[in-house]
Structures are given as structure tokens and as C-alpha cells.
Ligand binder design. Structure first.
Ligand code: DGT
Ligand code: CA
Ligand code: CA
Length: 581
């Protein structure tokens, strides 16, 4: 069994949850959360490190005890300490912590006063207005809880794309090596690069399908076989619980099947309608010419490659990320498909932290790593002082950093460090750094880190007021959401985009796979409003720089072309856009 980093992180997070409910020391709880984050941010597999006998205690925040626990998880897929903890409390209690706003203390109150130990019980109680009268609750919190329950229920069973990728790619490699398999790919919502996916749909071209199926269900991480047929099977993997469907077709149908299983369903339905209008038939085996009037058999005319399928329907090839029936078919018919941005178009990352605040690596290390990515520039963005948990910088520390970057730039070849900051937007819309300091920077990245629950009107005003500052360039993670963890804050995105357009501000698409903020629809809105975007990783470690690809996926889903993004430009081009007003 291969245990993946995200799975280890998940187990540590759950442990932290249970310790928190139990009322354990906050530092102990934090140690587990930090360890989870460290593992998640590793450039290599923790399991491989264990296999090679590497010393895990050299990782930040990992002591002897946690190293032993990582080893146990890697070897058994489980953590006995967590299982023991879980036995001490009612099952399901920890699921309540998924509800934003329910900390350990409130979960305890709910259990002690109302015997609530599951999300369903919580929902029933909230609907009967029983929650508001508990100590430490109230009507507003009760309302928030109900909304949150809806969100959690919606995300159940969905995997963040990065987690699905980590689990899916090794399985794909395994399938590609099965004897007789000519090619294989992960289709479905994963290929359309959705930010979360319900399952993985793997398609393979193969002569002997039953042999491929037999090997598939013998994959070492298979927990349960849901179905086992000659051309299709489905399994559940452990420990993640991710479902994988495998479908095998002959090579001449691979393109048609790929088109069918990539979807989306809505896109497929329109394709099939177009086929029918042309007197053709389209299914997962190919494009067929209907039988003639005098009978005879229908004739297979295409299906080996996806391109052939689109061609037979009179369409230009449509990239998977666009296949959501959101205007891509019309664009294809009219020859107006976007030339979607790719990773190769990216020339720099404008949101990068170092160990001066809450990053893991030094300035030099992060800059070297950015250069390794092939970038021409990198914007170093420490937090400002209001973000106290990150030990944010005040103006004095900022000036020291500016000098340090000036010195470094003199030594560097082929890459430029841009002087920047991730400055906090305060509740009244002012920025958490004096203008005299901001004036000295190349680019200012601004973000909200507190007061997420202002009303829609107040939050929108806060952001547009911040944009009034002449040094405001980029609005980072514009909705503050964390996928599966925190809802976006309420803000009128159309109004924010308009304000950005009027003031020449830029919207960040944060590429961290747990953020992906802007979402795809927002990217399209930005493009339609005429606002530029920047795709940035918010890296806190060298490995995080690799998140750029997830940002690219999301941008592509949002129809973003190279000229819509600012970090596809040369450093001169970029500086023109963010010039100090
Ligand atoms: P997911 O799994 O919910 O994240 O999203 P998908 O798009 O991967 O959905 P899934 O796994 O149910 O099906 C994979 C693809 O198979 C889907 O994108 C399109 C195709 N498909 C599934 N059911 C139907 C259907 O009833 N009609 C058509 N035309 N295509 C379908
Ligand atoms: Ca799927
Ligand atoms: Ca499926």
C-alpha cells in the first residue's frame, strides 16, 4: 500500500480535531496541525523517505514522537493513537468540527446539553431553533450553522483535485504497465480540471480487456471491488475512500470514448444533438453514418482520436477544461475559441513567502527555486504586521527587506526579485502599511485576513475603498474561501471587478489547490469585465511553487488567454501595468 502525503496530513488533522474536543493543551493540538501542513508541503513522498530510512525529525515541526507516528501510518495506513482517541468519544462527534464556527468548545456543549453527535442531529436541532439558547450560541450562530451544514453536505464525497491527482497518478502508471494496455488516461471531471472531483474515471485502450480488469482490481490499494466486468469495473481505494471506475475500449474507439467519458454530461448532450442534426450517430464507440434508405448497416466513420470526433461534427477541437456547455460549442462553431493559457506562458510568480514571516525557506532559496521553474521574475510578499500569527512586517522591517532585495538583485542573473508585500486590508479599507513604504515597492499585493463575516455591502465597500489607495495593485485570494474548509466571504464580485477595472487593479487567481480563488466563473467574469488577472501560488515553501499548474487549470476553465494574465509578460511589460500611480 502507498500512503500519500495528503492522507498522512488528513490523519494528523483528524487527530488534532479529537484532541481539541477532548480539551487537550492547545500546543499539542497545534503540533499535529503543523505536522500535517509540513507533510502536505513536502516536495517528496513521506512514504519514500521512510522507505529510504531518512530522518524525518529533520523536517520542521517533526519530533521523535511524530516521526514514529508517520512511520506507523506509512506502514499500516492507520494510526493507533487516533483510533484509541476515537474510541473514547461518540462516533461522528468530530464530523461536527467540519462546520465552520463550531470549535471544540461548542461541539462539547452541543453534546453535553443536547446529546448532538452528528451533522444530521445538529441540523434537526437547529431547524427547531434549539441551538440558539445554548450558552455561547445565539440566533445568528444558529443561522450560520444551518448554512454551513448545507455547504458541508454539498462537498461530501468530493476530493480536491490535488488530492485526487496524488492518488490517481500512481494508479494510472500501474494501469499503463498492464500487459496489452496501449494507452490510458484519467478522463471525467479530473481531465476537465475541476477543482473537486467525485471519482476518477480511467479509460484504457486494450486488446484483452478481461486481463486488464483482473489486474486493475488487484492493485494494492484497492479496498473494495464495487463491480468487476469485462469492459468496466469500479473499486474503492484505501485509505482515501476514493472511487475509481475503469473502462476499457478497443483502440479504434479510444477517441470517442475519451470524448464521452471526459464529459461533461451537458457538453456530451449538445454534441450528440449536433450529430443527430447531421444525420450521424455519436456514442462512446465512435461516430457513425446512419444506415442508408435502402437499409444496410450503419458505418463507423471516426473515433480513434478525439480530434476526429469534433471534426466529423463540424467543430474545432475543444479543450477539456472548456467542456461545460458554457458557450464553448458556439465559440467552436464560429472559430472563436480562446487560446488558453499554459504553464509555459508563465514568466513569474507574484505571491511568494519566505522564512522572514511564515514561509519555510529563505529568500535566496525561494528565488533560486523560482529560477529553476524557468521564471524571469518573482515577487516576494511577506505579510504585514496585522497578521500577527505570521509575524508580519512593519515599515521598518519592510525597509530592511527592500535593501536586502536590492543587494540580492545585484548578484542575480536571469531572474529579478520584485519588491512586494502581501499587505492586510483592514476593516475600514485602509492598508496595513504606510504609503511611504508601499511607494518603494515594485508591486503591492493586498488581501483580507480578518473580519470575514461583514455584510455583503460592508465587505464590498471595504475592498473598493482599499483599491482607492494609489499603491494598490493586486487583490489576493479575492473571496477568502478554503475548499472544504471555509466558505467565501460575502462580497459583490461584479462590483469589485468594476472597481478594479476603474482603478487599474488586478485580480489574483490564487493557485493553491485548497484555495483556487478566483474560481472559474470569476475568471470569466474578469475577462468579460476587462480586468487582468495574475496567477500566483502563495507559496510558503519551495514545493508550493509547483501549485502553479492548478492555477493554470482553473484559469483555463475560466477561458483565460495569455494576454488576460499579467504574469505571462516580460518584466518590463509587467512593470508598466503595475506602475506606481
Ligand atoms: P464527477 O465525477 O461528479 O466529478 O463528474 P464527472 O463529469 O466525472 O461525472 P461522472 O463520473 O459521473 O461521469 C464521467 C463522464 O461520463 C461524464 O463527464 C460524462 C459521461 N456521462 C456520464 N453519465 C452520462 C449520461 O447520462 N449521459 C451522457 N451523455 N454522458 C454521461
Ligand atoms: Ca468522475
Ligand atoms: Ca464515474
Amino acid at each position: 500500500m502507498t500512503v500519500h502525503n495528503s492522507e498522512i496530513a488528513g490523519i494528523f488533522d483528524k487527530t488534532a480535531d479529537l484532541l481539541e474536543i477532548k480539551g487537550e493543551n492547545v500546543f499539542r493540538v497545534m503540533a499535529y496541525r503543523n505536522a500535517g501542513r509540513t507533510i502536505l508541503g513536502l516536495a517528496k513522498n513521506a512514504a519514500d523517505m521512510v522507505g529510504r530510512g531518512e530522518d524525518l525529525t529533520e523536517l520542521p515541526g517533526i519530533g521523535k514522537d511524530l516521526a514514529a507516528k508517520i512511520e506507523e501510518i506509512v506502514k499500516t495506513g492507520r494510526l493507533s493513537f487516533l483510533e484509541k482517541l476515537a474510541k473514547q468519544m461518540p462516533e461522528g462527534l468530530s464530523s461536527l468540527l467540519k462546520i465552520q464556527g463550531l470549535g471544540a468548545r461548542r461541539v462539547k456543549t452541543l453534546y453535553e446539553k443536547l446529546k448532538i453527535k452528528s451533522i444530521d442531529e445538529l441540523k434537526r436541532a437547529a431547524e427547531k431553533s434549539k441551538i440558539r439558547n445554548l450558552p455561547g450560541f445565539g440566533e445568528k450562530i444558529e443561522g450560520n450553522i444551518l448554512r454551513e451544514i448545507g455547504r458541508v453536505k454539498n462537498s461530501e464525497g468530493n476530493f480536491r483535485v490535488s488530492d485526487a491527482e496524488e492518488i490517481g497518478l500512481p494508479l494510472l502508471e500501474y494501469i499503463r504497465k498492464i500487459e496489452g494496455v496501449k494507452k490510458a488516461i484519467i478522463a471525467g471531471s479530473f481531465r476537465r480540471a475541476k477543482e473537486t472531483v467525485r471519482d476518477l474515471d480511467i479509460l484504457a485502450a486494450c486488446e484483452d480487456s478481461s486481463k486488464a480488469m483482473d489486474s486493475f482490481i488487484k492493485y494494492e490499494d484497492v479496498d473494495k471491488v464495487l463491480s468487476h466486468g469485462k469492459t468496466r469495473s469500479a473499486v474503492i481505494l484505501r485509505p482515501s475512500g476514493l472511487q475509481v471506475d475503469l473502462r476499457v475500449v478497443p483502440e479504434e474507439s479510444y477517441g470517442a470514448a475519451l470524448c464521452y467519458f471526459t464529459g461533461s454530461k451537458a457538453h456530451n448532450i449538445v454534441l450528440r444533438k449536433i450529430a443527430i442534426e447531421k444525420g450521424l450517430k455519436l456514442n462512446e464507440y465512435g461516430v457513425f453514418q446512419a444506415a442508408g434508405r435502402r437499409g444496410g448497416k450503419e458505418k463507423w466513420i471516426a473515433g480513434r482520436a478525439e480530434e476526429d470526433v469534433y471534426k466529423q461534427l463540424g467543430l474545432l477541437y475543444i479543450e477539456p477544461e472548456l467542456r461545460e456547455d458554457r458557450g464553448e460549442i458556439e465559440a467552436s462553431l464560429k472559430g472563436r475559441l480562446p487560446r488558453l493559457v499554459t504553464l509555459e506562458d508563465i514568466r513569474g510568480d507574484l505571491h511568494v513567502h519566505t522564512d522572514l514571516t511564515d514561509g519555510q525557506h529563505t529568500l535566496e532559496e525561494m528565488v533560486d527555486a523560482a529560477k529553476e521553474c524557468g521564471y524571469k521574475y518573482v515577487g516576494i510578499t511577506e505579510h504585514s504586521k496585522r497578521v500577527t500569527i505570521a509575524h508580519g512586517l512593519d515599515a521598518k522591517a519592510m525597509f530592511r527587506r527592500i535593501k536586502e532585495i536590492d543587494r540580492l538583485n545585484k548578484k542575480l542573473k536571469g531572474v529579478v526579485v520584485l519588491k512586494s508585500i502581501e499587505v492586510d486590508i483592514l476593516e475600514d479599507g485602509s492598508l496595513d502599511m504606510e504609503d511611504e513604504a508601499l511607494k518603494e515597492l515594485d508591486v503591492t499585493v493586498c488581501a483580507i485576513h480578518s473580519k470575514f463575516n461583514l455584510s455583503l455591502k460592508k465587505q464590498t465597500e471595504r475592498v473598493s475603498r482599499a483599491m482607492d489607495n494609489p499603491y494598490f495593485n493586486i487583490l489576493a485570494h479575492p473571496t477568502g474561501r478554503l475548499i472544504h474548509e471555509r466558505d467565501p466571504y460575502e462580497v459583490d464580485m461584479e462590483a469589485v471587478m468594476k472597481a478594479a477595472k476603474e482603478r487599474g487593479c488586478i485580480m489574483e487567481l490564487n493557485a493553491h489547490p485548497y484555495r483556487l480563488d478566483l474560481n472559474d466563473a470569476h475568471c470569466k467574469l474578469a475577462k468579460e469585465t476587462g480586468v487582468k488577472v495574475v496567477i500566483s501560488t502563495d507559496a510558503h515553501s519551495i514545493a508550493d511553487l509547483g501549485y502553479m499548474r492548478f492555477g493554470i487549470f482553473q484559469a483555463r476553465r475560466g477561458w483565460i488567454e495569455p494576454e488576460d494574465a499579467i504574469n505571462t509578460r516580460s518584466v518590463e511589460g509587467l512593470k508598466k501595468i503595475v506602475k506606481r500611480k
